[in-house]
Design a protein around this ligand. Structure first.
Ligand code: BES
Ligand code: ZN
Length: 457
């Protein structure tokens, strides 16, 4: 049977597949930093050339930002659109890496073989699992078991500014029966997950201005209002003692978990100590009356991502600063409208300003949560294929992260997304020393080969 031959081919070719991933990982495609624009373009070219080499009609499409890669297979069967992103996060702080982030290698990490390098897990290693599965099907049978369109983005890690216009302009070309996205993780070691709900994201940057210039804190301190004092009081008031967010109306419209979903999640046996322990923590810090899985998957958050102002350099400076700044992100769940919340948050901040202080805001993205309708038969095909490949049955799970493209696929192209991915909680995505387990890569390729095979029937 051809699936067995395809799987055998994947096993035999693993070294070559890994070498190809290494080539892609050497390209420094950091999308948020204009200094790397040429590298981002290089990664798009590399992918288009690789897809063309396995028979796709592949092209690099320019946008006003970074290019998209679109590739069409010429085969029959159900039409699926595969999505991944080839851009990566910046590497700082570089001194915490124990090798050059763009000189990837297979390393041993506690007896496990890992592919180390920026983007190994998020998302180059993951997107290559699908490409390698296609390559194996083509090599063994001469064709793909489904009509496959591949769509790679190079701006995911920097807010996807070109995505919506591109989807709108190319809707007819990109629309398929269902989308496949490989940008999420396993539920646990050996337990594959299909992510059916993602949190949304609202980003806000605030600047509070007090005096019109930086002042001597002896000459003016005591009589002049310090904007850092104002900012820290406001930020400290974002949560109450039990972790509840204090912006008025923040929780309005959020549905309670159905009894069915609660029972299903309880049945997953989430190991909170195993989740927090490796990052040096032990006590869940969200709303006191919620389970840890609810905190991550179905409850909203407010996090301060950065805070600065005054003098933070070497030594000491007795300054009373003119301005204080913070970047804040809100993870949103079903029922929350990012645009409404942006207004409520800004009004809540403004209401707390003392005399002589002003505030300005800059928005950084606003995407709602998304919830998949899993009735398309491809969801069951995927669940079966994953359960066949991994030691445990696949679970339908939530995700704390945000993948706005899934919402846009639904809104603009009218399709649901099957989010299957093989990342692990300890992959250190966005962090120093990012890695992807070699077994995630290998079984990820085999998983997509099975899913593609299953779609044909
Ligand atoms: N791959 C991640 C999303 C993710 C993280 C899924 C963890 C599952 C588990 C994705 O590349 C990402 O980081 N997205 C950003 C959103 C974006 C709008 C900047 C995020 O979630 O912060
Ligand atoms: Zn990603």
């Amino acid at each position: 049977m051809s699936l067995d031959a395809v799987l055998a081919r994947i096993d035999a070719d693993l070294d070559q597949s890994t070498d190809r991933l290494m080539e892609l990982l050497r390209i420094q495609s950091i999308s948020t930093d204009p200094a790397f624009d040429a590298e981002v373009a290089k990664a798009a070219d590399w992918l288009a050339a690789d897809l063309a080499s396995i028979g796709f009609d592949a092209s690099v499409r320019d946008t006003t930002g970074h290019p998209m890669v679109v590739a069409h297979g010429s085969d029959d069967g159900p039409h699926v659109l595969f999505y991944g992103h080839y851009d990566v996060q910046p590497v700082d702080p570089l001194e915490l890496w124990h090798r050059d982030p763009f000189d990837p290698a297979i390393e041993d990490q506690n007896g496990v073989k890992v592919i180390r390098g920026r983007g190994a897990s998020d998302d180059k290693g993951q997107l290559m699992t699908f490409v390698e599965a296609c390559r194996a099907w083509k090599a063994v049978t001469g064709k793909l078991p489904a009509k496959v369109t591949i769509f790679f983005e190079g701006e995911e890690e920097s807010g996807s500014p070109s995505l919506v216009p591109f989807l709108e302009a190319n809707a007819d070309e990109l629309k398929a029966e269902v989308a496949l996205i490989c940008d999420t993780g396993l539920f646990a070691e050996g337990v594959p997950g299909i992510t059916t709900q993602l949190r949304g994201l609202l980003g806000e940057e605030i600047t509070i201005t007090g005096p019109s210039l930086d002042l001597h804190s002896g000459m003016f301190g005591g009589v002049a209002m310090n904007p850092i004092r104002v900012l820290s009081r406001i930020l400290a008031g974002l949560h109450d003692e039990s972790g509840v967010i204090q912006v008025p109306g923040f929780y309005d419209g959020i549905p309670e978990l159905s009894d069915e979903l609660r029972a299903q999640w309880d049945g997953l046996g989430f190991d909170v100590a195993g989740f927090l322990g490796p990052v040096g923590l032990s006590v869940p810090a969200g709303e006191a009356d919620r389970t840890p899985l609810e905190m991550i998957w179905s409850r909203p958050t407010a996090e301060v991502n950065g805070i600065w102002g005054g003098y933070t350099g070497a030594g000491f400076k007795t300054v009373l600063p003119s301005q204080a700044h913070a970047k804040i992100s809100f993870r949103l769940v079903a029922g929350q409208d990012p645009h409404v919340l942006r207004k409520s948050f800004r009004a809540w901040v403004e209401a707390q300003l003392p005399a002589d202080c002003s505030v300005s805001f800059e928005g950084h993205g606003a995407s709602p949560a998304s919830q998949m309708d899993i009735s398309h038969p491809a969801f069951q095909v995927t669940r079966q294929a994953l359960s066949d490949e991994w030691p445990n049955e696949a679970a339908f799970i939530g995700s704390g992260g945000s993948i706005p493209v899934a919402g846009y696929f639904k809104e603009i192209l009218g399709m649901d997304s099957i989010l299957a991915g093989f990342g692990k909680d300890d992959d250190a995505i966005h962090s120093p020393n990012e890695k992807y387990d070699l077994s995630s890569f290998h079984h990820g390729i085999r998983s997509w080969a099975r899913i593609l095979g299953g779609l044909a029937s």
